[in-house]
Ligand binder design. Sequence first.
Ligand code: NAP
Length: 284
Amino acid sequence: MSEILWGAPVAQAIRESLTERVASLQSAGCTPCLALLRCGEDPGALFYERSATKACDKVGIRLKSIRLPWTTGTAELLRELERVNNDPDVHGILVLRPLPRRIDTERVFGALRPEKDVDGITVPSLARTFVGRGTGFAPCTAEACLAMLDHYGIRLEGANVAIIGRSLIVGRPLSMLLSARDATVTLCHSKTRALPAICRGADILVSTAGRAALVDERFVHSGQIILDVGVNESFDGKICGDVAFDAVSPLVRGISPVPGGVGTVTTMLLARHVVEAAEAQAQL
Ligand code: NAP
């Protein structure tokens, strides 16, 4: 019988670790604040915003929502970003994606102050994740995978980990974080040959492809831990992960569900980053 690796207890433990820190900040006259910048009404961006709002509310983080139309251009978005960059009452900034195609995302992400980059999208944040020192934060989803594995006592040292997906917000930074913890990582992508066999050979499989039902019985074995990071819409309009959950879950040692798995932890880690940013900026 496999164990379901729920995100809620992991998020709860992180939340509890923040209570005293937020109280200390508040008694020093500082309420941690996250600015959310969103263009348009993309369902994915709205979903992430709702879940970030819930996590921040639970912890006592103030939110400043900046909603811009889908017709927003680079200059206008940069102006708004500059405002929150320079606002001493804003400690963290989350630029929700997707952004309109006309926006020069590199310029926008490049303009974000690394000390306020709580979702780890700037080059200095990535450099910190890869090198292990400097300014910024690791991308929340990559860190959430590690928090899940630690919470459930999954040994990383010497473990073989297969990651499906090599994006800069999940797969690649996660490969660095795992490697720093002495795991042996195989980073797979859409051109990887014999993907099911590589995945089946791993002790831990993390799927971040964004493809519903990509991971099926051919990818797994009975001793395996599976983290499903994908957030997809199934044919019946429901949210689902990358793993064919009903077929795979009875075959493995442990598996995280979607919804209710890694995503729950991701937004609580975002909240922790805002608290850490506020502490650093308030020099506590
Ligand atoms: P992305 O930038 O589109 O990257 C997807 C990666 O998966 C790419 O590296 C791609 O390979 C690889 N891939 C796609 N189809 C594949 C296939 N059939 N076989 C093997 N590899 C395949 O996506 P992302 O931004 O990393 O997000 C990935 C998923 O995670 C999405 O569903 C997203 O919604 C979800 N997500 C969840 C959270 C959370 O907290 N739970 C947070 C962020 C994102 P190539 O590089 O070769 O194209």
